[in-house]
Design a binder for this molecule. Structure first.
Ligand SMILES: Cc1cc2nc3c(=O)[nH]c(=O)nc-3n(C[C@H](O)[C@H](O)[C@H](O)COP(=O)(O)OP(=O)(O)OC[C@H]3O[C@@H](n4cnc5c(N)ncnc54)[C@H](O)[C@@H]3O)c2cc1C
Length: 331
């Protein structure tokens, strides 16, 4: 095998797609059987759609396009023009992985070793190149990169969310910033074919300092949705996930191994969006393997926007970070 990719999310499948096109024998290992659930609000940017060379008209699953975002901050509401698309990750990730056209094996990776210039995974799989696309708990990150790229707990987000069948009436995408003191934002993202995704996300360390779990904000948010009449739903059963925003450590490759997507921690510092950066990093890693170039993430933006609002959001999300607060993540 030329390349083993651990993880078949958007980062891994994009990398696999381009490596297959470049003629590399590539295997994807994922602990989950696809289609698999991935906690995510599931809005994607036009740039990510371009990177994927996707024609929305040809996409066979749930797809919605928003021309404006509805942003709420205390009593103020703004409706800036900002094109975004909503997809369902359970469909989107499976579609991308199938489209990659490489073999995919359901296998939870535990052990990674170097042997004679190759990588040996769990004593069963051998390859010349190894790509870590396993998200926050990626075993390639853990084994080969954690020591060189410790995760910064001040950049860690925690989330609680739920996607469910719902006959929504309001087709707009709403975001509420800092509601009830949340160090983050809450969202309402309608999906095509009668689904809705609602959730809250916040900076983990700020919550910890306040001794307030994310569930507290989840309860107040869903109560507000109900009281405002936007969502009348009674069977909430949210789940949580944690991931990291982009920091300034650019160690992403060693020898013939590299990490991409959430395994690096590439989500934007203003909006915490990770799908676009995951896809872009998959493209860059594939290009570096195919062309024998260095793999660098310097061309991936740390921000979703480029104006004053982005700077304000970054400051609010990351303002509590003391100097030298590097902490190795314990998966
Ligand atoms: C609640 C929530 C809402 C979000 N909303 C948005 C949004 O609206 N827009 C946006 O841009 N970003 C959003 N994000 C961030 C986005 O979901 C991630 O940044 C993105 O999924 C990263 O893709 P990835 O391919 O790196 O990782 P993932 O999509 O997490 O894929 C990693 C894969 O690795 C596999 N894996 C893990 N460990 C192993 C192992 N040991 N062996 C084998 N396989 C393994 C997993 O099964 C998984 O399939 C959100 C995140 C959360 C938690």
């Amino acid at each position: 095998m030329d390349v083993i990719i651990v993880g078949g999310g958007p980062a891994g499948s994009t990398c696999a797609w381009k490596l297959r096109e470049a003629g590399f024998e590539t295997l994807v290992l994922d602990r989950a059987a696809f289609p698999r659930t991935k906690l995510c609000a599931g809005w994607v940017t036009p740039d990510a759609v371009d990177d994927l060379q996707l024609d929305p008209n040809q996409y066979p699953f749930s797809w919605m396009t928003f021309d404006r975002l509805h942003l709420h901050w205390t009593v103020f509401t703004a409706r800036p023009r900002a094109m975004q698309h909503s997809i369902r990750r359970v469909e989107f990730d499976d579609f991308l992985l199938r489209r990659a056209g490489v073999p995919v094996l359901q296998h939870k990776v535990r052990d990674i070793r170097s042997n004679g210039g190759d990588y040996v995974v769990d004593g069963q799989f051998r390859s010349r190149y190894l790509v870590g696309a396993g998200g926050t708990s990626c075993p390639v990150y853990r084994t080969l990169f954690r020591e060189h790229r410790p995760r910064n707990r001040w950049q860690q987000t925690v989330t609680a969310e739920q996607e469910f069948a719902y006959d929504w009436k309001d087709p707009a995408c709403h975001l509420w910033f800092f509601q009830d003191g949340l160090p983050g934002y809450a969202w309402y993202v309608p999906k095509a074919n009668g689904f809705l995704n609602v959730g809250v996300g916040a900076m983990a360390n700020q919550l910890k300092r306040r001794h307030e779990p994310i569930q507290t904000y989840w309860h107040s948010f869903t109560a507000r949705l109900r009281n405002s009449g936007l969502v009348r739903f009674d069977s909430y059963n949210p789940t949580g996930y944690s991931y990291y925003l982009r920091d300034s450590n650019d160690v992403v490759s060693r020898d013939n191994a590299c990490i991409i997507g959430d395994a690096v921690g590439l989500a934007t510092r203003d909006m915490c969006e990770g799908i676009g950066p995951a896809i872009r990093s998959g493209l860059l890693a594939a290009r570096s393997i195919a062309n024998g170039e260095d793999y660098s993430i310097s061309e991936i933006s740390k921000f979703s926007g480029n104006g004053l609002a982005s700077k304000i959001l970054e400051r609010r999300f990351l303002n509590c970070r003391p100097r030298d607060s590097l902490t190795v993540e314990q998966p």
